[in-house]
Design a binder for this molecule. Structure first.
Ligand code: ATP
Length: 394
């Protein structure tokens, strides 16, 4: 095992395209670190640089305190699992898992012991005589994992290993890979575009956009304290509602003016984020997660000055919750990257209202076209500077 350290790493492809810029990242020994970001943001490039499959243009890569920038992939003591986990179709499961050990000419007894050990961890013991074609997608994925762990590498590198599996299997394999990583305890770098995968599997998540690292932290910290608008919009499902608001002072407290309506900001918020006071009279981006809304008929004791009056356009009853959609007449804030993600392109004139999605308790009796009051937990609101996109804190 070893930690992996990237210091000021840059990657420029031969056509001049800059895929990774000034990347500083430490994957701690034994840690499961997931790098997540939209397609083309430089995740695979980062992984391939760690693997040695791609040159580093500038900067330093260390594995276990040793600079490995120019070390050949085979000498880096890493094991990789890719999206297309090509198994040898003519070999059975045992031989597929054993392949690298045979190549390394390990003694027969050791090979057998290591393969059986991997098969036990992966629950493949009863499949060892089967060929890949006789296995399910999930089992094939486990054989690919077996080929990686049997080598007992210092570092695992996984590039979108679940993207070829159907949704149900992906959820199952998510848990299996997480358990496996905990069991073998190998430093792991895992790359995906799926933020749910990242949030559920990782010890820490590194969010990257256009080759630039945005934030690295434990999943709950990313969710609760996103550093900027990109992370705020990218992490969370359904995603955060982001719209423009003017910061006002009324009596002693702060208020947010969202279009034609106002919401009081509880005193604890500027106490935690003193910088908010500096934005008095200015427009900021306010972020509200779907969970921070409730049908006021249900949250009847919610403060009266933290409510919006809205007309419900759609309600989706899911049994365990109901997702309500409504418009607020404040301008939406959509980061450029988030816009690409949602594939919603703003055309023609600017939008002057924001379509909000809110999670209500399933017992709500709200119907489409009802005009109702919605309770908003302003205690949990996020605030961002519109120029820099950065969170307004201290
Ligand atoms: P995806 O999930 O779609 O694979 P990614 O985040 O893994 O995306 P990379 O594969 O790292 O993205 O690519 C980052 C950017 O670098 C992309 O814009 C890609 O087009 C570009 N790129 C990748 N390989 C090369 C290359 N050999 N030459 C030039 N540009 C490249």
């Amino acid at each position: 095992m070893a930690d992996v350290v990237l210091e000021d790493v840059n990657k420029e492809y031969s056509n001049g395209f800059k895929a990774v810029t000034d990347l500083n990242l430490r994957i701690n020994e034994g840690e499961f670190l997931v790098m997540v970001g939209p397609s083309g943001c430089g995740k695979s490039t980062t992984l391939r640089m760690i693997a040695g499959l791609e040159d580093i243009t500038s900067g330093t890569l260390k594995i276990g305190n040793r600079v490995v920038n120019t070390l050949a992939p085979k000498d880096r003591d890493i094991a990789m699992v890719f999206q297309n986990y090509a198994l040898y179709p003519h070999m059975n499961v045992f031989d597929n898992i054993a392949f690298s050990l045979k190549l390394a000419q390990r003694p027969r007894a050791e090979i057998k012991e290591r393969v059986l050990d991997a098969a036990r961890i992966l629950e493949l013991e009863s499949q060892l005589n089967k060929r890949p074609a006789q296995l399910s997608g999930g089992q094939r994925q486990r054989v690919a994992m077996g080929r990686a762990i049997v080598r007992r590498p210092r570092v695992f590198l996984l590039d979108e290993p679940l993207s070829n599996l159907d949704a149900k299997l992906r959820v199952q394999m998510r848990a299996e890979i997480t358990e496996l990583q905990r069991e073998v305890g190998v430093t792991t770098f895992y790359v995906t575009h799926d933020q749910v995968e990242a949030m559920t599997m990782a010890d820490r998540v590194a969010v990257i956009s256009e080759g630039i690292l945005q934030q690295v932290d434990i999943p709950m910290k990313l969710f609760n304290e996103p550093d900027n608008i990109f992370v705020a919009a990218f992490i969370g499902s359904p995603s955060m509602n982001l719209m423009e608001a003017v910061v006002r002072r009324k009596d002693s407290g702060l208020w947010m003016e969202l279009g034609s309506q106002t919401l009081a900001v509880p005193e604890s918020v500027p106490n935690r984020r003193p910088a908010l006071e500096r934005y008095l009279g200015s427009t900021v981006a306010v972020g509200l997660r779907p969970k921070d809304f409730e049908d006021a008929a249900i949250a009847s004791d919610h403060p009266l000055d933290q409510r919006l009056r809205v007309n419900i356009s759609l309600i989706e009853a899911l049994g365990y919750e109901a997702i309500a959609y409504f418009e607020v007449d404040a301008k939406p804030v959509i980061s450029r990257e988030a816009l690409e993600l949602t594939e919603e392109h703003l055309t023609g004139e600017e939008q002057s209202s924001t379509r909000v999605h809110a999670r209500f308790h399933p017992t709500t009796s709200v119907r489409p076209n009802d005009t109702i009051e919605v309770a908003v937990s302003m205690e949990n609101a996020h605030f961002f500077d519109l120029q820099t996109g950065r969170a307004i804190r201290d």
